[in-house]
Ligand binder design. Sequence first.
Ligand SMILES: Cc1ncc(COP(=O)(O)O)c(C=O)c1O
Length: 356
Amino acid sequence: MTRPAVMHVDLDALQHNFSRVRALAPNSKIIAMVKANAYGHGAVRVAQTLVEADAFGVACLSEAVELRRAGLQNRIILMSGFFEPDELQTISELGVEIVVHQFWQIDALRQVHIAAPIKVWLKINLGMNRLGFVLNDFGEAYTTLSDCKNIIFPINLMTHFAEANVYEKTITEWQIKKFYEITRHLPGEKSLANSAGILAFPEAHADWVRPGIMLYGASPFEDKMGYDHDLKPVMTLTSQLMAITQCKKGDRIGYGRIYQCEENMPVGVVAIGYGDGYPRHAKNGTPVLVNDTICPLVGCVSMDMITVDLRPCTPAKVGDFVVLWGNDLPIEYVAKAADTIPYELLCHVKRAEITS
Ligand SMILES: Cc1ncc(COP(=O)(O)O)c(C=O)c1O
């Protein structure tokens, strides 16, 4: 028997979620975020499914090259821009667009000799304090870039929300107001909204929206599920029971022996672990679905195995079907139990066989 850990990718669900974005932001173009291997789902497969996206957002040039090699002709935007001036040649040849967020990048663009000019998105830092020009520098960045022969005009403009996923709206509302105030008289197209912005701040939809997590069916909000927004999970991670141990009252389970059986009970071993991307820090009680019944995780997560309390679904047998997250078990529950966010869980899945 081959190892049964399998990642299923539901491309119909992906398309459904994309349609939700179109419905929520009907007047905006869509940059489908496929960075980090499309949040773990496989960038080429996702991009081929969302070929009607107006553009794809990737983190770096190698991700863009992968999409172009697969034959995708859509616009592609490097969300972190370029890391070395040497990349500009390939960026120009591939017709890829770049986010510019540092003065050294503007200098490099002004000095380079390239065959075709590059489309640029100038990023404004409005409180995220990660990438982008702060308000005091933005004017100089815009003016300097405007003098550059190597770019396609007009310069597009973007910002990123620091906490659109919380209900305390003050900061995001300020960011939106400020962004429009600064860019109102500038000719370029504008983009502000990630998934949370799309769902909670319609006034931020502007010319382009940039959905990531919602395309994959999870909610960006801590206290909501994907289904609350009519999103469907794209990734379902499944495996099987590979062993069952009849434990006695007082027995301890797994590394560190952190779980002690309170009575005689069957404990199932599931073929999934942190080597596959299942979170190492998932706590006792994290829901695992065995034969459609929630069976809590007990004991420590190992590299390629976890242990579950099988009392809720007795009798179970070796080979029985297990869902770690996805259909019928929202990833948001697992993320919460592991003190993390769905984004991280999705991105970490590896070594699983993929079926569409
Ligand atoms: C610049 C930018 N825009 C959009 C997104 C998509 O965010 P989300 O997955 O929350 O929709 C990301 C993701 O990190 C990003 O970095």
